[in-house]
Ligand binder design. Structure first.
Ligand code: TGC
Ligand code: FAD
Length: 396
């Protein structure tokens, strides 16, 4: 990747809405990304390798558990700060944001919200420093959008549980020390279990051949009669609502993250179109280029406003699942559309790794699918406004 010349667009002076602490958090992450990540990310993505050496830095900038209380090793920040961290990470690469999202919202969050005091003290501080990496196992080969149908299950074997089944498409699986796994008990009730690497019968084969999120490690979780100690069950919430509650937090972070990717594509397009000369003039002087740029900054500004307001609601504990869905769906689609337009503005150069556009575009193809597909979020909004679920054809 060429030198990182990123300058963040702020068309509606939204910085005025941020506190000094929020701006400091954002600027710290932005500076770290420019110095430590931008110079290497393209290479790691091309090689389809997760840059493990960044884990310490991610922990230092507070990307692991930003809103987890300090007594458990988190940064104790508010939700807008969390969002801004995700924005700055995804500005560079969605895979980098994925690593931080999963660690924070899908591993630390359930342990903090549904775990007991011993579990919180045992795992959260190590997850915050990056000494431990976690992953979240909900999706299965035959149950993606419909996680409630999961077949992974555990039995009470007296002193421990016996876990069997498999999870698929799991971010961080190949590098994780622990997995928060969602499985059904003998009564069919969903519970969260903390499964540790090294437990007999637990393996995490890596998924190869991805065209998307190449700098993020993805894999399976396979459980073959794994003995899980009873103290590893998260005791304070069960049912599908438990993993879905974690998704609220992760989807909120993604809504912010997608703005970062869009800002990067816009910023690159604006600069390139002023520098690139065709027909003796900068391509920025053509109306068709200006239309693309004008639409990009309009959509980014709308997404920034939507997401800032969502952050305020979340800080007040008032953001609903459906409001979060709307922002995730809108912002990821917006970012993907902008990445495609930005690629066009860069002509042939847009397909090279010298610019981040193709990498963003391909990454966003995963982001628009994971944490609930684009259409699933549409149906969540539809259900919210009508009161009728359209997820099943049987009307249940
Ligand atoms: P439904 O009947 O609607 O709900 C079941 C129970 O859950 C409750 N509930 C929630 N509770 C807390 N928070 C939420 N957000 C909740 N949403 C629903 C609900 O009240 C009910 O409770 P109860 O007590 O009545 O049982 O469930 P459904 O089976 O009809 O499914 C609804 C649907 C389709 C929206 C849901 O299953 C869904 O969201 N599907 C999408 C699956 C998904 O997003 N998977 C993501 C996997 S993780 C991932 O992708 C990580 S990528 C990370 C990265 O790399 O960044
Ligand atoms: P399906 O559910 O099979 O959907 C296929 C198509 O059918 C989609 O277009 C969908 O919108 C549509 N569809 C499904 N149901 C309906 C309906 N009722 N009405 C209308 N259309 C419908 N999961 C985890 O648990 N943990 C992770 O860490 C994780 N990381 C991931 C990382 C990557 C790179 C990827 C790509 C995925 C990851 N996932 C993870 C899985 C992800 O959450 C699922 O891929 C996603 O929920 C969709 O499930 P699916 O791929 O099985 O698609």
């Amino acid at each position: 990747m060429a030198t990182d010349r990123f300058q963040a667009p702020d068309y509606y002076l939204l910085d005025d809405l941020l506190t000094d602490e929020q701006k400091l958090v954002r600027d710290t992450v932005r500076a770290w990304v420019k110095k430590e990540v931008s110079p290497i990310i393209e290479d790691y993505s091309q090689r389809a390798e997760f840059p493990k050496q960044l884990i310490g830095g991610l922990a230092e900038i507070g990307a692991f558990g930003p809103y987890i209380p300090q007594e458990y090793g988190g940064a104790g920040l508010d939700q807008i700060s969390y969002g801004l961290i995700m924005q700055e990470l995804e500005r560079c690469d969605s895979g980098l944001r994925s690593t931080a999202s999963v660690q924070s919202s899908l591993v630390m969050y359930p342990i903090w919200k549904y775990g007991n005091e011993e579990q919180k003290k045992k795992y959260l501080p190590k997850l915050a420093t990056g000494e431990m990496i976690g992953c979240f196992g909900l999706t299965e080969p035959d149950h993606g959008s419909n996680p409630g149908g999961m077949v992974t299950h555990f039995k009470d074997a007296g002193s421990h549980y016996i876990l069997n089944g498999a999870k698929m498409w799991i971010t961080n699986a190949p590098i994780a020390d622990i997995a928060v796994v969602w499985a059904k008990n003998e009564q069919g009730r969903i519970h969260g279990l903390i499964v540790e690497r090294g437990m007999e019968g637990f393996t995490t084969p890596e998924t190869h051949g991805k065209w998307s999120l190449r700098a993020s490690a993805t894999g399976e979780l396979v459980f073959n009669n794994v003995k899980v100690p009873k103290e590893n069950l998260l005791p304070n919430k069960s049912g599908l609502g438990a993993p879905l509650g974690c998704l609220d937090s992760a989807r909120f972070g993604i809504a912010w993250g997608a703005i970062g990717a869009a800002m990067d594509c816009y910023d690159s397009s604006l600069r390139y179109s002023k520098e690139r000369i065709q027909f003796e003039v900068p391509i920025a002087s053509f109306q068709l280029t200006q239309k693309k740029l004008a639409e990009m900054i309009t959509e980014i500004t709308k997404a920034q406003l939507l997401t800032w307001r969502l952050g305020v609601l979340r800080n007040e504990g008032r953001a609903t699942t459906a409001q979060i869905s709307m922002a995730k769906r809108n912002n990821v689609h917006m970012a993907l559309t902008i990445a495609r337009e930005a690629r066009q503005i860069h002509g042939a150069m847009g397909i090279t790794g010298e610019y981040s556009l193709m990498r963003h575009m391909m990454n966003l193809e995963s982001v628009i699918t994971y944490e609930g597909t684009h259409d699933v979020h549409m149906l969540i909004t539809g259900m919210d406004v009508t009161g009728i679920s359209a997820f099943r054809n049987d009307g249940k």
